[in-house]
Each structure stands twice: as structure tokens, then as C-alpha cells.
Design a protein around this ligand. Structure first.
Ligand code: FES
Length: 114
């Protein structure tokens, strides 16, 4: 158990939520290690991203996610691919920072930058 914990700490995975706490397709904001992280669950898949639109830093979790894995900013309508962070629609031009996610035993882990 201690070994497993050490492994998770060493690869910077941080537990941010339980899967059952995340409503289907509804963006949720969590804070971990000083990062504001947006989470969206579709089925057993969870997507994590920096909760800040690259246009004018509005929290993206105030927007809407769609099952084609796109999140739309509530402020001016920029769209991002939840898998890659790629900009799909202006006015944003810079990609969204996305974080790797692991779901294990109903817990959601996110890999944060070092
Ligand atoms: S702040 Fe998100 S589109 Fe402008």
C-alpha cells in the first residue's frame, strides 16, 4: 500500500474526485495542489483540463460539454476538444491545457505538471 502511494506521488497523479460524484456530461470544477481543474465525465471516461479559457481566462466549467467531447466557453463561445485541448472555434486561438486522467477503483486521478 505504501509502495502504491509512493508510486502515485512520484508520477504526480493526484486524486481529485470519485467517479460517482461526477454527473454525466456536466463540467465540474475542483481544486488540487493549487490548480483549478475542470472535469467532465462521459460514461466511464473522464476528461481533465485547466479550468480557464485561453481567450479571457473565464472558467470553462461555466460552459457546456457535449457528447462529441467538445466544451464550449460560456463567455464568447470558443470551443475546445476535451481530448486534446485543440481549439475548434474562435475567438480562442491558444489550445487548452489538458491533463492525463486515470480512473481506478472508482477514484479519478489527474496527472498535473511538475
Ligand atoms: S473567455 Fe472564453 S471565449 Fe472568451
Amino acid at each position: 500500500m505504501a509502495g502504491e502511494l509512493a508510486k502515485k506521488q512520484s508520477d504526480q497523479m493526484v486524486r481529485v474526485a470519485r467517479l460517482e460524484e461526477l454527473p454525466e456530461g456536466v463540467p465540474v470544477s475542483v481544486e488540487a495542489e493549487g490548480w483549478f481543474i475542470g472535469l467532465v465525465r462521459f460514461g466511464d471516461q473522464v476528461f481533465a483540463f485547466l479550468d480557464e479559457c485561453t481567450h479571457m481566462e473565464v472558467p470553462l466549467t461555466e460552459g457546456e460539454a457535449s457528447p462529441d467531447l467538445v466544451i464550449t466557453c460560456s463567455a464568447h463561445g470558443a470551443k475546445f476538444d476535451l481530448r486534446t485541448g485543440k481549439v475548434l472555434s474562435m475567438p480562442a486561438t491558444e489550445p487548452l491545457t489538458v491533463f492525463p486522467v486515470r480512473v481506478e477503483d472508482g477514484e479519478v486521478w489527474v496527472k498535473l505538471p511538475e
